[in-house]
Design a binder for this molecule. Structure first.
Ligand code: 7MK
Ligand code: ZN
Length: 858
């Protein structure tokens, strides 16, 4: 039985009190930081209910109302709440408490990252700083005075504008910040430390001058320029596409090494995991550069979608996250190749979000029940949430969507609102009825659409029947039919004849196409127009036809993915299955012909283990790994000379960072991966490692050496360690790759690495790299039949439970998704889950997931 109580969307109540202004004074010390919080509080309406403030891990020193200190008998205090009865409609409340940043390993509230103080409040971390109404519909104006030792902490930062500063006695100093925009406390931020500062500026379209300040650890200035460039691009894009400008005089970004997530959009003071800030070509891969630009954009875009208009309650998280992910996807597509970006989005969705929807934590993009809010920063809320926004974009069209956004801001600027408010703005701005569409917000699970067709030769009429199905999900909610936009092309004699957007709104509908001169091949779900699984009984030739002739690049890629998946099914049925020549020659054509190398790299990449597991119920993971190896091996060996030839045409002598060079490296390293299955692999890998002048090529060769366990592996790992030991982001890659080695010794290696002088479970990036690298990047050994892989992960989760529940809770993902595997593996995974369930002091985060996995009701 759980000691924690869940919260439900249906129980939402407007707040009984409002906080108009907050005046914080924070006196920073490692173990006893003093927080003085003076709030102007307004009772909402006539009632005599007490004021209940959230607070966790706080040491309360005093409570005063309108300047008069209360005696402890005037309030009640528990582990999570301070309850005060005040008989006034409006009053000033002052609370003084202490916190302990140094021992805060959960990295929520105020904590230390290295020598700096920093904060993370979303979702409910502010209650670890002061007693507060810690809910997003409380919008207050914050003034923050920070006091700290000047020498150690020359920079004292908080949200808004710097309005005062000065020196104090004993080597201390202070800075006072005022943020004019009322905000929920989850957007509060504070940083104190000594940094290098990259300063720049941006003038908005309307002429506002904005100072841009990027703070990084001393010595890292040369790795900050790409992040700064990305920020400026983001600011410009939002002006051009959505007419949205920045609204303060300064925009600050601080990079810290200890951070639970990617980054945080605190008003005017973003705090970033240094992984998403620091880059130069020697130490960062092309993907790192791409991701930095995308995350900088994401946090910047939150200034409007999240900060100016925020969420009424945490069930509405997708209001800001789904929308902001959609916006950052559109931005990335505009900055780079639209097709390749879309393909990568779809890969992520299919491999991880579909698994989430099929697993024990299945939830709608607007969840209805939450035990620990941190557990709902999910692929479903973010990525499927973005797909739901994208479907509205598809249904309303580019202009309709922009009109909807404009109306949304016109109506709701400065408010805390719901997903319903967003959809209403979209619908009212365009006159399109979205009432059926809104069901996407309330329904979990990946819908299936089944397509069948009929060609009437005599009338040259083609009819297509589309039906939707909704498999049951773990949340047990009833399913209803959805409004699903489906892009369709018809290939008639290998020519694109008809392109249409079909809108499926019933459980089954038939669409008729006239004047079709011969039986067409339907090309379905163009640009992945809905987050669904789509089935149609294609012949192998149909798929090859689509690969070559479809207009839509996503469809061309996707047909290839279906060909790969079919080969996997056949290999699972018959280990000696020989991949047909037709498939090989299609791949060969992709490899040898000229075209977009980034797209071809994607076309040559087989769906991953996770995605295939989601397509194959109760699969034995070892068999699936075996089939994947076989498919790679056959392709690699039978096209060896083509891979080798292509590889050598793509090795360039000098490094460049433009799109073509990036695409060339992507394709070259896909070739290298296949060559790893051949006897040429070792020499080519070693040579690439030695001659690499950039991290993309260097890490690709090390990766191939590890996953193929090539003879050159150990030397390269040792050389890499010596070269990069002082760069922690690069060392994360080194730890990660060692978890991916294909050797029976890998679990022992990983355990040994936990004793490495650079390893610490307290560092989230490091813990995720090593533990996640193994458990989420090494299916073969994680799913070992002796259960050792599962046991290792469970041991680490148990250790992390006491250190950092959020990191523990994210790492448990592959263990709770046991249901897609065969019985013997399920049993082994369940045994580990049961072991975790029995742990004394199990965090709320883990309890929610483990109970869901074991079907224990709260
Ligand atoms: C992304 C919340 C933050 C998971 C993915 C992010 C978080 C968790 C960045 C932290 C974000 N608001 O901007 O969404
Ligand atoms: Zn976000």
């Amino acid at each position: 039985m759980s000691e924690f109580t869940p919260r439900y969307l249906k129980d939402y109540q407007p707040p009984l009190y409002r906080i108009a202004t907050v005046n914080l004074q924070i006196e920073l010390e490692d173990r006893d930081t003093k927080v003085t919080n003076t709030m102007q509080i307004e009772r909402q309406g006539e009632h005599n209910k007490p004021l209940k403030l959230d607070g966790e891990k706080l040491t309360l020193l005093s409570v005063s109302v309108d300047g008069v200190e209360l005696s402890p008998s005037a309030y009640q205090l528990t582990d999570s709440e301070l309850c005060i009865a005040v008989d006034k409609a409006s009053f000033q409340l002052t609370i003084v408490n202490e916190i302990n940043p140094l021992d805060n390993t959960a990295l929520e509230g105020i904590y230390k990252s290295g020598d700096a103080f920093c904060s993370q409040c979303e979702a409910e971390g502010f209650r670890r700083i002061s007693y507060y109404l810690d809910r997003p519909d409380i919008l207050a104006t914050f003034t923050t005075k920070i006091i700290a030792e000047k020498q150690k902490y020359p920079y004292l930062l908080a949200n808004g504008n710097n309005i005062d500063s000065g020196d104090l006695d004993n080597g201390y100093h202070f800075v006072t910040w005022h943020d004019p925009y009322p905000k929920p406390c989850y957007l509060f931020a504070l940083v104190a430390g000594d940094f290098d500062l990259l300063a720049d500026s941006y003038t908005t379209r309307s002429g506002r001058h904005v100072a841009l300040e990027l703070f990084v650890d001393k010595g890292n200035l040369s790795r900050a320029q790409h992040a700064m460039d990305s920020l400026k691009k983001s600011m410009q894009w939002d002006e051009q596409v959505f007419d949205l400008e920045y609204d303060l005089d300064v925009y600050m970004i601080v990079a810290v090494d200890f951070f639970n997530m990617g980054a945080m959009e605190n008003k005017g003071l973003n705090i970033f995991n240094s992984k998403y800030v620091l880059a130069d070509e020697k130490s960062a891969t092309d993907d790192d550069f791409f991701n930095i630009e995308a995350v900088i954009a994401h946090e910047y875009f939150h200034n409007w979608t999240g900060n100016r208009v925020t969420c009424r309650d945490w069930f509405q998280l997708s209001l800001k996250e789904g929308l902001t992910v959609f916006r950052d996807q559109q931005f990335s597509a505009d900055m780079h190749s639209g097709a390749v970006n879309r393909i990568r989005n779809v890969r992520l969705l299919r491999s991880q979000q579909f698994a989430e929807d099929a697993g024990p934590m299945a939830h709608p993009i607007r969840p209805e029940k939450v035990l620990e809010m941190n557990n709902f920063y999910t692929l479903t809320v973010y990525e499927k949430g973005a797909e739901v926004i994208r479907m509205m974009h598809t249904i309303l069209g580019e202009q309709g969507f922009k009109d909807g956004m404009a109306l949304y801001f016109q109506r709701h600027d400065g408010q805390a609102v719901t997903c319903d408010d967003f959809v209403s703005a979209m619908s009212d701005a365009t006159g399109v009825d979205l009432s059926l569409f809104k069901r996407w917000y309330a329904q979990s699970g990946t819908p299936i659409i089944d397509v069948s067709d009929h060609y009437d030769d005599a009338h040259q009429r083609y009819s297509m029947t589309i039906a939707q199905r909704h498999p049951d999900t773990a949340d047990g909610q009833p399913k209803r039919d959805l409004h699903i936009p489906i892009n369709v092309e018809l290939l008639v004699e290998s020519q694109v004849r008809d392109k249409q957007l079909l809108q499926l709104t019933q459980s089954e509908q038939t669409f008729v196409f006239e004047g079709i001169t011969s039986k067409p091949v339907p090309v379905l779900l163009g640009n992945f127009s809905a987050p669904v699984k789509c089935f149609y009984d294609y012949s192998d030739d149909d798929l090859l036809d689509i690969i070559v002739n479809a207009d839509d690049a996503f469809n061309r890629w996707d047909a290839g993915q279906q060909v790969f998946a079919r080969q996997i099914m056949q290999l699972l049925q018959e280990q000696t299955h020989r991949v047909p020549d037709t498939v090989l020659s299609a791949l060969q054509r992709i490899l040898v012909e000229d075209g977009d190398n980034a797209l071809r790299a994607e076309q040559l990449t087989i769906p991953d283990f996770q995605q295939l597991a989601d397509m194959l119920p109760f699969v034995n993971p070892q068999h699936l790994v075996g089939a994947l190896e076989q498919l790679h091996l056959q392709i690699a060996q039978r096209l060896a000379t083509d891979f080798e030839h292509r590889y050598h045409t793509l090795t360039s002598s000098t490094f460049a960072k433009d799109g073509v060079a990036i695409a060339n490296r992507a394709l070259k390293n896909v070739c290298l991966h296949y060559l790893g299955y051949t006897d040429k692999g070792n020499d080519i890998c070693r040579q690439q490692f030695i001659s690499a002048d950039n991290m993309t090529d260097e890490i690709a060769s090390l990766h191939v050496a590890c996953v193929h366990n090539l003879p050159c592996k150990q030397t390269m790992l040792d050389e890499f360690e010596r070269k990069w030991q002082n760069n922690s982001l690069v060392m994360d890659k080194w730890f990660m790759l060692q978890g991916r080695q294909d050797t029976d010794e890998v679990i022992n290696s990983v355990k040994a690495l936990m004793q490495h002088r650079l390893f610490s479970l307290k560092n989230p990036n490091r813990a995720r790299a090593l533990i996640g690298g193994f458990s989420q990047g090494n299916a073969k050994h994680f799913h070992r039949g002796d259960g050792q892989g599962y046991r290792y992960l469970a041991d680490q989760i148990i250790a992390l439970n006491a250190i950092n529940p959020q990191v523990a809770s994210r790492l448990i993902t592959p263990l709770i998704q046991y249901k897609s595997f065969s019985q013997d593996h399920q049993k082994l995974m369940l045994a580990e889950l049961e072991r975790i369930a029995k742990l004394e002091g199990l965090s709320r985060d883990l309890q929610e997931k483990v109970n869901a996995a074991l079907q224990i009701s709260a």
